[in-house]
Design a protein around this ligand. Structure first.
Ligand SMILES: CC(C)(COP(=O)(O)OP(=O)(O)OC[C@H]1O[C@@H](n2cnc3c(N)ncnc32)[C@H](O)[C@@H]1OP(=O)(O)O)[C@@H](O)C(=O)NCCC(=O)NCCS
Length: 166
C-alpha cells in the first residue's frame, strides 16, 4: 500500500509505504481560514509559538502577503494534519513551525513538507536552508539530520526583541 500525495492537484506516490489503507493527502498553501486549525496543531505539537507576537492572526495575515513567506498545510479529508512556514531573508531560507498531528506522524509527511519548502527556495535561487531546533527536541533533530541537514554545535543563537511576546 502507498500513500497518495497531491500538491497543486498533482498526484505523487510517496516512497514510504502505509501500514493501513491508502491515505490521500493534499499539500496546499495556507489561507487565513486555516489559521485556527494551524494554531491548534502548534498547540498539539508543543510548538513554542508567539500568539501575541509574530504568530497573532494579524501578524500571520501580514506575513502571508509577503513574498518571502511560504505557508503550507497538508490535509486529508478536509482536516489539516500538518503545516510548515518557510521564510527567507534574500540570502538564506528558514524552516519554521513544522508540525504533524500525532496520529499521522512517521508517515513521511514532515519530510514532504520540508522538501516542498526546499523546492520553493531552490526555484527562487535560495540554496541554503536552515532551521533552529530547541535543544530538547531530539525527534526534530533526527528528522532534519535524516534529511541531510548538518548540526552546527559552534553557533549560539542571539536575538534582540522589542518584547518577550514578539
Ligand atoms: C517533528 C515532526 C514534525 C516529524 O513529523 P513526521 O511526519 O512524523 O516526520 P516524518 O515521518 O516525515 O519523518 C522523517 C524522518 O525523520 C525520522 N523520524 C521521524 N520521527 C522520528 C522519531 N520520533 N524518532 C526518530 N526518528 C524520527 C525518520 O528517520 C523519518 O524518515 P524515515 O521514516 O524515512 O526513516 C513531528 O514529530 C512533530 O510534529 N513534532 C512536534 C512538533 C515539532 O517538534 N516540530 C519541529 C519543530 S523544529
Amino acid at each position: 500500500m502507498n500513500m497518495l500525495i497531491t500538491f497543486h492537484n498533482t498526484y505523487v506516490r510517496c516512497m514510504k509505504p502505509m501500514k493501513q489503507q491508502d491515505l490521500k493527502v493534499t499539500f496546499r498553501k495556507m489561507t487565513l481560514k486555516d489559521y485556527d486549525s494551524v494554531i491548534a496543531l502548534w498547540n498539539e505539537g508543543d510548538i513554542p509559538y508567539r500568539p501575541q507576537g509574530r504568530d497573532s492572526r494579524k501578524n500571520i495575515t501580514l506575513q502571508m502577503q509577503q513574498s518571502n513567506c511560504y505557508f503550507l498545510v497538508v490535509e486529508t479529508e478536509k482536516k489539516i494534519i500538518g503545516a510548515i512556514v518557510g521564510t527567507h531573508d534574500g540570502r538564506k531560507g528558514w524552516i519554521n513551525r513544522l508540525v504533524v498531528t500525532p496520529s499521522y506522524r512517521k508517515k513521511g509527511i514532515a519530510k514532504r513538507l520540508v522538501k516542498e519548502v526546499e523546492h520553493h527556495f531552490s526555484a527562487i535561487g535560495i540554496d541554503i536552508v536552515a532551521c533552529l531546533i530547541e535543544d530538547w527536541n531530539t525527534t526534530s533533530m533526527q528528522v532534519f539530520e535524516q534529511m541531510g541537514y548538518t548540526k552546527h554545535t559552534d553557533i549560539l543563537y542571539y536575538s534582540k526583541r522589542k518584547s518577550t511576546k514578539t
